[in-house]
Design a protein. Sequence first.
Length: 276
Amino acid sequence: MSTLDTPTFALRQGTLPLLISIPHLGTELPAEFAAGMTGTAPVLQDTDWHLDRLYGFAAGLGASVLQAKVSRYVIDLNRPPGGESLYPGQTTTGLCPTETFRGEPLYGPAPAPDAPQQADRLDRYWRPYHDALRAELDRLKAQHGAVLLWDAHSIASVLPRLFEGKLPDLNFGTADGKSCAPTIIERVVAHAQGSSFSHVVNGRFKGGYITRHYGVPADGVHAIQLEMGQDLYMLEDPPFTYLEHKATSVQPLLQTMLMEALDSLTRLNTRNGVNA
């Protein structure tokens, strides 16, 4: 396996037909942007903290892992480049967020990024990540015929501004069934049902831009987004500490779900005459 390390992302290439994307892992907030932001921004509250560590077993299995370096407060890599809402009528954050999930402003006296500034961020951060994602999917498809894209996310388990009550532990999104073959997500969910963790499929989170855009089963890419409650593996408030004793309770399930999804993909390819 080889590793590509750039200023905006890191990619570890694997051998399995599996790419794990972690677009909200980034914690870098360049000074040129931070200077115009409020004191809330450097806290990086809405980061998908520690997912590289939680999924640390994946590279050993042979998965490819793509992870962002820049904070989602600079630009959200899981939003459409045009900035259109993925959840019309519901509260969400945009391509270059102006507020946190809790509604706190990210920009004070300085104005939020205008159109030219957003275009600059697209070129510097968004496009390199997506170019790498597409290239890795193409590489794996060329080798295996079809590939599983697992878009890994986590979020605070209680956010009244975004959803009522406590979020289920495991939130699977397949764009209402469009981004992944039913047999694959069914195998994944079956193991979630047999666990001690609560779950939902295509509930509040149905999959962001990455799942919806790249998940095209007819083209050999099956995409699943997993949004996890952060209370499963970390402190949800600063300093956002990773809790090993909690993480080790959910990691075996994560590994099992990934391997079951891969097995289902292989069986599907065999039935369809695809060399996986």
